[in-house]
Write a protein that binds this ligand. Structure first.
Ligand SMILES: [Zn+2]
Length: 368
C-alpha cells in the first residue's frame, strides 16, 4: 500500500511537471524566487564558537534579506518571496509547502555550517542539491539541518520522511530528477562566485537529503555560507563586509542562472531602448515554445500545426523553437502566433552563429 502511494504521488508529480514543460513557461509572468533563511525563532541553528551573540539564524536572515533586496532592485521581472522576514520559527514542513503553493520557480535556502564541538578546523562554503549519498560528512550536515524537526510540536507530519528507507529515496529521486540539472547548475554558479567574487574557499557542490529540498518541486539549493565553528570564518560571516561579499556572490550567481535559463531579467528600460536598433551579424531570434525531456520529431503535427520548428538539446532537456528571424520586430508576430495556438507563455530567445545567447546580449550587440 505504501509503495503504491509513493508511486501514485511520483506519477502525479511527473505528469504535472511534463504538462508544465510542454504548455507553459514563464516569460511575462515574473520569475519567482523564494529565499529561505534557515532556522529562526527558538531554533537558533549553530551557535558557532560562542564568541558572538548572533547565531546561524541571524546571519542567514541578514544575507537572505540583503540578497532579496539586491535582486529586486537590480533585476527586472523577478519577484522575491521569503519563508521568514524576521526572527520567527517557520516549521521545516511549512517552507517547501509555501514554495509549492506560491508557484515558486527557484528555491534558495541559506545556512551556516558547523563542525561537531565548539571549534574546528573546517572552513569554506558548500552548496547542496538533493541527492542520496553515502558520504558520511555530508550526512552529518543533513542530520544537523534536518534535526530541527525534533523542536517542532507536530511530529506526525514528518513520519513519511524516512531517509533510511530505500523505497522512500527512490520515490524522491524520481520526483526530483526533472529539477536536478538546474539545481546543480545554480549550485555550481554559487560555489564559483564564492570563490571568485568573495575569494572564499569552496568545498564544492554536494548532494544529500535535506527536508526543505526534498519537498520543493522546483530547482532548489541549500547554501552553507561557511563554518561558524571556525574562528576566522565566524569573524568573516559576522562582519558587514563578509555578509556583503557573500550576498553579492549569491546575486551574481542568480543573475547568471537567469541568463542561462534565458529568463529576460534585464531592467526593462535597457531592453526597450535597444529594440529600436537594427540587428546585425549572425543573430537570429526564435520563439521558445516548449521544453521536455522527450525528443519529439520537429513535425508540425507535434506542435499544434506550427511550421518551422527546431530543437536543441540542453543538458537533459530538449527545447523546441518556433520560427527564425534576424529582425527582432518580427518576433512579436511569431510569439503571438505561438500563443494563439496555445503556447501561452512562449518567449523570444536569441542565437548567435547557431549558439544560444542571452537575449540581452543579442540586443546589446546590435547597438555596438
Ligand atoms: Zn542550518
Amino acid at each position: 500500500m505504501k509503495t503504491n502511494n509513493i508511486l501514485l504521488f511520483v506519477s502525479l508529480v511527473l505528469i504535472f511537471f511534463c504538462n508544465t514543460l510542454l504548455y507553459g513557461q514563464s516569460a511575462i509572468e515574473p520569475f519567482v524566487i523564494m529565499i529561505d533563511p534557515g532556522h529562526g525563532g527558538r531554533d537558533s541553528g549553530t551557535p558557532g564558537t560562542g564568541r558572538y551573540k548572533s547565531t546561524e539564524k541571524d546571519i542567514a536572515l541578514d544575507v537572505s534579506l540583503a540578497l532579496g533586496k539586491m535582486i529586486e532592485s537590480n533585476l527586472a521581472n523577478v519577484k522575491i518571496v521569503y519563508t521568514r522576514k524576521k526572527d520567527v520559527f517557520p516549521t521545516l514542513r511549512s517552507r517547501p509547502d509555501l514554495a509549492n503553493k506560491k508557484d515558486v520557480d527557484l528555491f534558495i535556502s541559506i545556512h551556516c555550517n558547523a563542525q561537531p564541538g565548539k571549534k574546528g578546523t573546517a572552513y569554506g562554503s558548500e552548496t547542496y542539491v538533493l541527492g542520496t549519498t553515502k558520504n558520511k560528512q555530508n550526512l552529518e550536515v543533513a542530520k544537523r539541518e534536518n534535526s530541527v524537526i525534533a523542536l517542532e510540536d507536530n511530529l506526525e507530519v514528518y513520519k513519511d520522511f524516512r531517509s533510511d528507507s530505500p523505497e522512500f529515496l527512490l520515490g524522491l529521486e524520481m520526483a526530483q530528477e526533472a529539477y536536478l540539472d538546474h539545481s546543480i547548475k545554480l549550485a555550481r554558479l554559487i560555489e564559483d562566485e564564492f570563490q571568485t567574487t568573495a575569494k572564499r574557499k569552496s568545498r564544492g557542490v554536494k548532494q544529500n537529503i535535506f527536508y526543505v529540498l526534498a519537498y520543493s518541486y522546483m530547482p532548489s539549493v541549500l547554501v552553507e555560507l561557511g563554518f561558524l565553528t571556525h574562528l576566522k570564518e565566524e569573524d568573516f560571516l559576522n562582519s558587514k563586509k563578509g555578509k556583503q561579499l557573500m550576498t553579492k556572490s549569491l546575486f551574481v550567481a542568480v543573475e547568471k542562472y537567469l541568463e542561462y535559463m534565458n529568463i529576460n531579467s534585464a531592467p526593462t528600460s535597457i531592453v526597450k531602448a535597444d529594440t529600436k536598433e537594427q540587428v546585425s551579424g549572425n543573430i537570429t531570434f526564435k520563439i521558445q515554445i516548449a521544453a521536455s525531456s522527450k525528443a519529439l520529431e520537429t513535425k508540425s503535427y507535434n506542435f499544434k500545426g506550427l511550421q518551422t520548428i527546431s530543437r536543441i538539446q540542453d543538458g537533459s532537456l530538449y527545447k523546441y523553437f518556433y520560427g527564425s528571424t534576424s529582425d527582432y520586430e518580427e518576433t512579436k508576430a511569431l510569439e503571438q502566433e505561438a500563443r494563439s495556438k496555445g503556447y501561452n507563455s512562449s518567449f523570444v530567445v536569441a542565437f548567435k552563429d547557431g549558439k544560444k545567447i542571452a537575449l540581452i546580449d543579442a540586443l546589446k550587440s546590435k547597438a555596438n
